[in-house]
Write a protein that binds this ligand. Sequence first.
Ligand code: AMP
Length: 413
Amino acid sequence: MKLRSVRGTHDIYGQHIKKYNKIEKIVCKNAELHSFNRLETPIFEFSEIFSKPLGEQSDVVLKEMYSFKDRNEEMLTLRPEYTTPMIRAAITNNLLSQLPLKLFGIGPMFRRERPQKGRYRQFNQINFEIFGSNNFLADLELIIIANEILVSILPNINFTLNINNLGQKNNLSEYKVKLSKYFSDHKDKLSNESKEKIYSNPLRILDSKNDYDIKISNNAPKIFDIISKEEKNNFNELKKGLNFFNINFKENHKLVRGLDYYCSTVFEFKTSELGTQDTLLGGGRYDGLINTLGGPDIPGVGWAAGVERISILMNEIEKSNNIIHLAISDKKYVEHILNIINHLKKNNIPFYWNYKYNLKKSLSYANSNNIEYVIIIGEHEYINNYLTIRNLNTGNQSRVEVSEIKNIFNGKF
Ligand code: AMP
């Protein structure tokens, strides 16, 4: 058998892991600033928590879930998204006594999609959720955090925030009937794929990327025309808030999001620099979902962003040369070197040793890798309990006692 990884999955190493770590650091910093607590859920759950809430007709449930029967016949699913597991966890761990509850997490999701650039079968998502507030300020706070994270990670990338309001569940049901009627009147001009969705999932036709579908859906009825006055007011307040924070946005009345549980405010950050997989981050309100999953009847709002899509747009992270290399001439000195390593460790000074005893080779390796400092141990250093520190940039070198390591490198790492 030829050794290979599963289609649509990838190993994270080198530049990728550096980017992942940077993203995680920025996410955690912003979460802390806004007092969101981290919550990580298992990667698999009972299948029922996904199938109904996400929508039996959604692409994810119809085609993309990795589900399997456990040995005791229970159906399990690798999580395709984060919101429902977060809600399940908040309910089963009794976290909903103090509201609003603000949570975030970062981790792998699984969807059996057709892999392409920016679309994988295992990918990582950042998720932010607020349970228990129907105030537009919760929507605003989430969008501010999303914007700040994207701006900090991708300072040179253009992206646009798209916003829409889907009204409440009854508006959506009314809207779906209107849309089905409209699309069925224009059936002949729709793509085959969209034709199949006219009655089962007409909302999805609105975000089809097919040119014919786009032409037809441009003149489709708009949800905004049937939502309540209260929702319209909320939407206006949200827009004022975004203006206050200088966050540019585009009202996009065709923005519907892919899963059934969304209502009221929905939003997406899109970029033209990723090809067809152009959504970096998407989210919205899901009032009613917590109740559907067996929790109290409280509202919720949240977003998810794709780590891989963000990483594709990030600049290369430069290799750090802030590591001290050890160059040892003979294995007789191993105890001396262990003592030095112990000192470096205790003082949080990063070091690298190749376990070899060859001064010349170690020095030339450090030189070719742009390393700044080398600790050299030869016979003289061993006998006198010293070490020699050479700065490869300047060529300067000095002999110091082991206990002085801390002072020499103080503040450099
Ligand atoms: P969604 O849950 O579909 O709204 O996705 C939220 C975000 O996750 C998207 O905006 C993408 O950045 C990312 N994402 C979704 N599906 C995939 C995938 N198959 N591969 C990579 N990233 C994805």
